[in-house]
Design a protein around this ligand. Structure first.
Ligand code: F6R
Length: 270
């Protein structure tokens, strides 16, 4: 896991967007996994800016979103399809048919979930999966206790998630109880994962994810088993990490390597 602690939430968003943009420029037909919620908003705003001002081209990009509330249609203003349209897709040149969000109104959920997995496989798998994290340590809607091998399926939201998301709905009663979500196993198959978190309310979940044991009680901790994960944090979200100094050292060494300053790393001094 590569842990990068930035000075501010804005810097996390800018760096996250830069990372996604560089993949899109390198591989214009890449497959991105996308998230909703408060955390990726700044990333999407920056991608829209890059599209407008720097010609970032999404015309051949394919996307798969992590999850959708059951019962909400695409025009419901709290559905994740609506979120993606209004916060990203409507402002860039992506082909609508290349954007995928689970259908919260599917009648045969099992068949729909199987088909969603198949579509990901048919597209060649997800190259880069963007993730947020719940205060209970969930990724997508894989609540504590979810199998670490789980696939796209129906999931009951935890009380903590319902309370956290009530801010978007006005009250807890209005938050849907069920969601369709990619599984932890689905997420672990992405070639690369970028998890971003901002704010001190995420600090405990981040500490467990990065420095705790791998456990289904904190599904984000399964990312420790993935070979290519970047965790982008602001200082508040990284505030509980014990090995923060070490993560900063790793970043400094990476920068020196990338800029070719090998002597500063003791390479070629003898
Ligand atoms: C959203 C998702 C969730 C959120 C998480 C954090 O698609 O999969 O796991 O990433 O609940 O939400 P925010 O960013 O609103 O704190």
């Amino acid at each position: 896991m590569r842990v990068i602690v930035e000075k501010s939430a804005d810097e996390v968003s800018r760096r996250g967007a830069k990372f996604i943009a560089s993949l899109v420029r390198r591989k214009p037909d890449c497959v991105l996994g996308l998230a909703t919620g408060g955390s990726p908003l700044g990333v999407y705003a920056e991608l829209i800016r890059m599209h407008r001002e720097e010609d970032l081209d999404f015309s051949r990009v394919t996307t798969f979103n992590l999850d959708e509330y059951v019962g909400l249609g695409p025009t419901h203003n709290q559905s994740y399809r609506y979120f993606m349209q209004s916060n990203l897709f409507d402002h860039i040149n992506i082909e609508p048919k290349r954007t995928h969000v689970p259908d919260g109104r599917a009648l045969d959920f099992e068949a729909h979930c199987r088909q969603y997995e198949q579509r990901i496989a048919d597209a060649g798998g997800i190259e880069l999966q963007l993730l947020g994290i719940g205060t209970d340590g969930h990724i997508a809607f894989n609540e504590p206790g979810s199998s670490l091998g789980s696939r796209t399926r129906l999931k009951t939201l935890a009380g903590e998630t319902i309370r956290d998301n009530a801010r978007f709905f006005g009250s807890e009663e209005q938050v849907p109880r069920l969601a369709i979500t990619m599984g932890v196993g689905t997420i672990l198959e992405s070639r690369q994962c970028l998890l971003i978190a901002m704010g001190d309310h995420k600090a405990a979940a981040i500490r467990s994810t990065v420095e705790g044991p791998v456990t289904a009680q904190v599904t984000a901790s399964a990312l420790q088993l993935h070979r290519d994960v970047i965790i982008g944090l602001d200082e508040a979200a990284g505030g509980w990490l014990e090995r923060r100094e070490y993560y900063a050292e790793v970043e400094r060494a990476n920068e020196l390597l990338e800029s070719g300053q090998l002597r500063a790393l003791g390479i070629g001094n003898q």
